[in-house]
Ligand binder design. Structure first.
Ligand SMILES: [Zn+2]
Length: 64
C-alpha cells in the first residue's frame, strides 16, 4: 500500500513528486474527482464535482 520509495534520499523525491503528478493526471483523465485525502494515502474515486464527502472506493474511506 505505502510507497516503497518513501525512505530514499532527496534525489528520489523529485521522481516521486513527478510520479504523484502523473498519477493525479491519470486519475483525473480517468474521470475521477481524485482529490487527495489529507494524509495523502487515498484519492477520491467519485465522479468529478460530486457532492458531499470524498470517497476512496478501494479502501472504503470517506474524507473531506
Ligand atoms: Zn471527491
Amino acid at each position: 500500500m505505502t510507497s516503497a520509495s518513501r525512505s530514499t534520499p532527496t534525489i528520489k523525491a523529485d521522481t516521486a513528486a513527478r510520479e504523484a503528478v502523473a498519477a493525479q493526471s491519470a486519475g483525473r483523465a480517468g474521470g475521477y474527482c481524485w482529490v487527495e485525502e489529507k494524509g495523502g494515502g487515498y484519492s477520491c474515486t467519485l465522479r468529478p464535482a460530486h457532492g458531499g464527502k470524498h470517497y476512496h472506493f478501494y479502501s472504503g474511506t470517506e474524507f473531506d
